[in-house]
Write a protein that binds this ligand. Structure first.
Ligand code: GLA
Length: 383
């Protein structure tokens, strides 16, 4: 098992027995780019995880080894500024953000992390890295922060050290995910409702396009700004509006002439996507796979044409499924510009689905796609 490998690697490298912790990746059934607009999302933690082997070393140095890419980096315990090595800024950011909440005596540590959660697949490996590492540091140094604080400080680490103005969905799912369930999260109040995830004869399958275009984080921050621009215009007549969560279709219509067409499309997409989250939750309870599938396709259409965060590869993967009678719905998942698609597929046709998709995708882009059947899991853990 992968956690044994991480443990053994630690003993081999640092000659001591560490403690082991982990955090999961996440899927999102529906509700994309709604979280930072104070809207609704429907994610779940999955059984692809990052494991952290950690032990204090009392040397004043923090030594971290990234097993998946075979790289080690050491920084002093009082390192305050981000460093050049991108992946280091996640754990470093977590430490700095945790210190802001509660000062603790960071005497140095050795850490190895790695797992079976692919990077850049839209499964939020960054939130798993942040929350899992935060959990590990919290336990080892007995810092005493609460799970909700782990969630928030991890998001802040991403904002302030990785430069991505992400919403709260990924960190929420990584901390509060529950095996067997998806969770509807109100990203304003942080109220959550868990729904059992099963579709009788259907199953969610992820298809990793294995592309991640450069644009992902810069365009993400641009989308945030465009939503804020729309809100700014509506606010002039409706001062109680704080963000898109408070905007109605009528308000948008009332202001459409004052808005840039692109901004209008971005806002309209978000309003509709929030509606689809509510509807999908209802349909989940009725086990109405047809309606859920339709919502997935509509979500993709909106993301591709109105929010413009898809790309040729994920558009192609979704379009292909439309001719497959055993697929109810599909859409790109996560921030966009690559990553994975999520597909609702009849269980007894899964093999055919994978073969057809893999072949057509390879023929077109010369890229091998990867497939995972979604299995939900719990959030951050000590082992
Ligand atoms: C990324 C962000 C999330 C969310 C999604 C899009 O995964 O980290 O906060 O905004 O994109 O839904």
């Amino acid at each position: 098992m992968i956690q044994d490998t991480i443990h053994e690697k630690f003993v081999e490298r640092y000659g001591e027995h560490p403690q082991l912790f982990s955090a999961p990746g996440r899927i999102n059934v529906i509700g994309e780019h709604t979280d930072y607009n104070d809207g609704f999302v429907l994610p779940a933690a999955i059984n692809k995880r990052i494991y952290f082997a950690l032990k204090k070393n009392d040397s004043g140095q923090c030594r971290i080894y990234a097993h998946d890419i075979d790289e080690e980096y050491t920084f002093p315990a009082d390192q305050k500024e981000p460093v050049k090595k991108t992946w280091v800024n996640y754990p470093l950011g977590v430490i700095r953000e945790m210190m802001k909440i509660r000062e603790f005596n960071l005497t140095g540590f050795d850490c190895i992390f790695g797992g079976d959660l692919p990077l850049g697949a839209g499964l939020s490996s960054s939130a798993a890295l942040e929350t899992g590492f935060a959990h590990a540091i919290n336990e080892i140094f007995e810092v005493g922060v609460e799970p909700a604080q782990i969630m928030h400080l991890s998001q802040n680490a991403e904002h302030n050290f990785a430069g991505m103005q992400c919403g709260i969905m990924d960190q929420f799912a990584a901390v509060y995910g529950k095996k067997g369930h998806v969770v509807k999260l109100d990203c304003r109040s942080l109220d959550s409702d868990y729904y059992p995830l099963h579709f009788k004869d259907y199953q969610l399958i992820l298809c990793n396009s294995n592309v991640q275009h450069e644009l992902a984080s810069s365009e993400y921050n641009v989308r945030r700004k465009q939503c804020e621009e729309g809100v700014g215009i509506i606010k002039q007549n409706h001062p109680s509006v704080k963000n898109l969560r408070d905007v109605t279709f009528d308000m948008l219509e009332e202001h459409q002439d004052q808005m840039d067409e692109v901004v209008l499309d971005r806002c309209l997409y978000v309003l509709r996507e929030n509606e689809r989250v509510h509807d999908t939750c209802e349909k989940l309870q009725e086990n109405d796979v047809d309606a859920i599938g339709r919502n997935l396709y509509l979500s993709h259409k909106g993301l591709s044409e109105m929010y413009e965060v898809s790309c040729d590869e994920t558009d192609f993967l979704v379009d292909l499924t439309k001719d497959m009678e055993y697929v109810k719905g599909a859409r790109m998942m996560g921030g966009g510009f690559g990553g994975s698609t999520i597909n609702l597929v009849k269980i007894d046709s899964m093999e055919e689905f994978e073969e057809r998709l893999a072949k057509a995708y390879y023929d077109k882009f010369s890229i091998q796609a990867d497939f995972f059947e979604v299995e939900t899991d719990d959030g951050i853990k000590s082992h």
